[in-house]
Design a protein around this ligand. Sequence first.
Ligand code: ADP
Ligand code: TRP
Length: 331
Amino acid sequence: MALRALTGIKPTGEPHIGNWLGAIKPALALASTYDTFYFIADYHALNIIYDAEALRKNSLSIAATYLAFGLNPSQSVFYRQSDIPEVFELAWILACFTPKGLMNRAHSYKDAVAKNMGQGKDPDHNINMGLYSYPVLMAADILLLGAHVVPVGADQKQHVEIARDIAERINHNYGQALFTLPEPRIDNQVKTIVGLDGRKMSKSYDNTIPVFLDEKPLSKRINQIVTNSQTPDEPKDPDQSFIFALHKLLLSPQEESALRAKYQAGGMGWGQAKKDLFEALNAQLSGPRAEYQRWMADPGALEKVLGEGRDKARRQASEFLIRLRNAIGIQ
Ligand code: ADP
Ligand code: TRP
């Protein structure tokens, strides 16, 4: 039997090129090697999004995004976290074995406390229990379906280690391997993708290129990439250009060398470089964009896919939970 890979996607907003190349593409590539489980972590997003319509819309939109980029629901299990009540029951069980000190050391909580202190506020200002116990819910996602590997960005590595730690405690307490011990899988190939201003592309910096912009707004957004004031004639250093940094991600090694030479030769203005980037990006995104629009126009089809995923995931989840309840003496 193939190893199981599982990953959750927080539906917090419009996906951008950084999310596509940094998370979506590498996660989907795993489907050829592993038994894959992908889910929309909508209850994790409730931490941030308190607007019902926005949360509902984001969840469907992120589902459509993954399908548009090639998630195959007959090959992978694709579901919504909130459709699996077993996750929340398991989260409580795990919480009863989670030392509070372990949660105190979680980066996201520590960062929030540090920020408050830096601003002279109460350390717990604006911190709710959802943020504090976020890693327990994530551990439940992972452990419920017996994931062996959890592909995540480097920022989530600690959460997977916490899941493993909690699993080990419970296995040890009952003297049996109730839980599979998960490993984080960080893709070292994936580099940080830069945004319009050369910083990491991120919603928080408002420097993103959303993946499904129509051609016109896409080209407009690309025109906002910051450049220096070199004239078209001057030779340009590709390694100093944010346009090149994005463009090369879409090219084969040979194509990249050719583009590099074009920058270095001079005679190409920034306007042309942006046009070339637009062409390359649009060529790769126009197919997924059309697919995305097709899915978004047919919420019934999306619900059908997620419903099938729910049924597959729940079958495994409920069997697992019966065994676990039995092992811990609940009923
Ligand atoms: P944002 O920073 O825009 O809020 P998220 O934190 O929601 O993005 O990121 C979701 C996923 O996309 C994470 O797994 C993260 O590793 C990946 N990701 C986000 N931005 C980038 C980037 N600029 N380069 C590479 N990967 C990224
Ligand atoms: N916490 C992850 C993020 O912020 C999303 C997530 C929730 C997740 N549950 C998960 C990722 C389980 C991997 C496995 O991106």
